[in-house]
Design a protein around this ligand. Structure first.
Ligand code: FAD
Ligand code: NAD
Length: 396
C-alpha cells in the first residue's frame, strides 16, 4: 500500500495537538501529513479577551507555526478551506487547490451563534480571531477619540457585552481594567462611561457554581460593569441594542459573546450536525466515515447523563492528542483507544491578577485562581513549543 495521506484542517487546539502527536510519533515515510490553516500562526483563543479589550497586544496570543512545525515531517499549507468532499476524499481551498486524503481531521473551530437575532451579524463584534480582536480594541479606542470631538454623543462611551457566559465575563474583566486607562489618556470623566453585560438566562454563567458566580459579578461590578440579567437581547441596530423588556440601549460598541456553533463549512460539506457540531463516536469519527475524525469545537460529545460537553480548549486539546495517537495506531495496523475527556476544572480570569474557578472540588478565588490559570497556560505552551515559548508568552 502507498504511504497514507493524513490531512488536518485547522491549527487550533485540536488540529495542532493532532499534528504535534503525529510529528512526534510517526517515523519517516509512515505517512504523509499535511496541515492546512488560514494563517501561518496558531492563536491562543483562550487569551483573546485581553487583546480584544486592549490590555495585551494581539501578537502575544500568536504562535508562529513555522517555529513549532517540523517541515521535514509535516507539510504546512497556509490556506483557507472552502469545502470538504467526503465521498471524493478531498478538501478544496478558497484558491481552488484540491487536497486529497486517506484520513481527514477536521479542527476548524467555531463561529458566533446568533440564534437568528436580527442585526447581530451586521452590527456586533465577536471575539473570534486575532484580526477580529484587533478591530475591537482599535474601535474602542477610536470611540474615545470620537467622543472628545463630539461630547454630545454619549453612546460612544457606552459598551454593550451581549451574553454573560465565560467569554463575556472574561472580556468584561479586561474592559474594566482598560477603560480607566483610556479615560486617563483621553481625559474623559470615568462616570460618563457605561459598560453593560446583558444576559438572557436567570443568572450570569448559567449552571456554574453560585458562590463563584456571585464572586465574579461582585469583582466586575466593582470595576464598573452593570449587569442586566434575565434580559435577552432581541435586536441589534447601528444605534445599539433592543432588549426583550422593550428597553433600548444606545451604544456604538456591541460585542456579542452569546455563544458559539461549529464552523459552517462542516455543515455545508454535508456532515450531519447539531448547532454546527458533528456528533462523533467514541473514536471521534464523523458518522458514516471511518476515515474522518472531528476534534474541538466542531465535535459534539456527550457525558454519561446524555448532556453535551461544552466546547472548550481543554477538551479540544485532549481530542487532538487522542486523534493523533489513533492515527498512528491506524497507520501501523494497531488498535485505537476510545476518547474519554478528563475534566481538570474551569478557571476564568476577571482582569489583572483576579480570577475564579473550580479545580476538582476546590473553589478558587482572586489571585490564587489567576495564578492557577497562568500555570495551566504555561503547561499548554510548554507542550506545544517548549519552555522557551512559555517564558516568552506568559506574563508573570
Ligand atoms: P480554534 O482554537 O478556534 O482553532 C481553529 C483554527 O482553525 C484556527 O487556527 C483558525 O484560523 C482555523 N480555521 C478556521 N476556519 C478555517 C478555514 N476555513 N480554513 C483554514 N483554517 C481555518 N476554553 C478553555 O478550555 N479554557 C479557557 O480558559 C477558555 N477561554 C476562552 C476565552 C475566550 C475569549 C474564548 C473565545 C474561548 C475560550 N475557550 C476556553 C474556548 C476555547 O478557546 C475553544 O473551545 C477552543 O479554541 C476550540 O479549539 P479548536 O481547535 O476547536 O478551534
Ligand atoms: P456560552 O454559550 O457559554 O455563553 C453565552 C451566554 O450568552 C449564555 O449565558 C447565554 O444565556 C447568553 N445569551 C444567549 N443569547 C442571549 C441573548 N439573546 N441575550 C443575552 N444573552 C444571551 O458562550 P461563550 O461564553 O462564548 O463560551 C463558549 C465556550 O467556550 C463555552 O464552552 C465556554 O465554557 C468556553 N469558554 C471557557 C472559558 C474558560 O474556561 N475560562 C472562557 C471562555 C469560553
Amino acid at each position: 500500500m502507498s504511504t497514507p495521506k493524513i490531512l488536518i484542517l485547522g491549527a487550533g487546539y485540536g488540529g495542532l495537538l493532532t499534528t504535534l502527536k503525529l510529528q512526534q510519533k510517526l517515523h519517516y515515510n509512515e505517512a504523509e501529513v499535511t496541515l492546512v490553516n488560514k494563517h501561518d500562526y496558531h492563536y491562543l483563543t483562550t487569551w483573546l479577551h485581553e487583546p480584544a479589550a486592549g490590555t495585551a497586544p494581539a501578537s502575544r496570543a500568536q504562535v508562529d507555526l513555522h517555529k513549532i512545525i517540523d517541515k521535514t515531517k509535516v507539510n504546512f499549507v497556509k490556506g483557507t478551506v472552502a469545502s470538504i468532499e467526503p465521498e471524493a476524499q478531498t478538501a478544496t481551498l478558497e484558491d481552488g487547490t484540491v487536497l486529497s486524503y486517506d484520513y481527514l481531521v477536521i479542527g476548524l473551530g467555531s463561529e458566533p451563534e446568533t440564534f437568528g437575532i436580527e442585526g447581530l451579524r451586521e452590527h456586533a463584534f465577536s471575539i473570534r480571531s486575532i484580526n477580529a480582536v484587533r478591530q475591537i480594541s482599535e474601535h474602542i479606542r477610536y470611540m474615545f477619540a470620537k467622543f472628545k470631538n463630539d461630547p454630545t454623543h454619549t453612546e460612544y462611551l457606552t459598551f454593550v457585552v451581549g451574553g454573560a457566559g465565560f467569554t463575556g465575563i472574561e472580556f468584561c474583566g479586561e474592559l474594566g481594567d482598560r477603560i480607566p486607562e483610556l479615560c486617563e489618556e483621553f481625559d474623559v470623566n470615568p462616570d460618563l462611561v457605561k459598560i453593560y453585560n446583558i444576559e438572557a438566562a436567570p443568572s450570569a454563567l448559567p449552571g456554574f457554581d453560585k458562590e463563584l458566580v456571585d464572586y465574579a459579578m461582585e469583582v466586575l461590578m466593582k470595576k464598573g460593569i452593570e449587569f442586566k440579567i434575565n434580559t435577552p437581547i432581541k435586536q441589534c441596530t447601528p444605534e445599539g441594542v433592543l432588549l426583550a423588556t422593550g428597553e433600548e440601549i444606545k451604544s456604538a460598541t456591541v460585542v456579542w459573546t452569546g455563544g458559539v456553533r461549529g464552523n459552517s463549512i462542516v455543515e455545508r460539506s454535508g456532515f450531519e450536525v447539531m448547532r454546527g457540531r458533528v456528533k462523533v463516536d467514541e473514536y471521534l469519527h464523523a458518522p458514516g466515515y471511518e476515515n474522518v475524525f472531528v476534534v474541538g469545537d466542531c465535535a459534539l460529545i456527550f457525558n454519561d447523563q446524555g448532556r453535551p460537553y461544552p466546547p472548550t480548549a481543554q477538551i479540544a486539546g485532549q481530542e487532538g492528542e487522542n486523534c493523533g495517537d489513533n492515527l498512528v495506531a491506524l497507520v501501523r495496523g494497531e488498535l485505537m483507544q476510545k476518547f474519554t475527556p478528563e475534566l481538570l476544572g474551569t478557571l476564568a480570569s476577571l482582569g489583572k491578577g483576579e480570577g475564579m474557578g473550580q479545580v476538582g472540588d476546590k473553589k478558587l478565588f482572586g489571585s490564587s485562581a489567576a495564578l492557577m490559570k497562568k500555570a495551566s497556560d504555561l503547561r499548554y505552551l510548554v507542550k506545544i513549543g517548549g519552555i522557551g515559548l512559555a517564558m516568552k508568552k506568559v506574563k508573570l
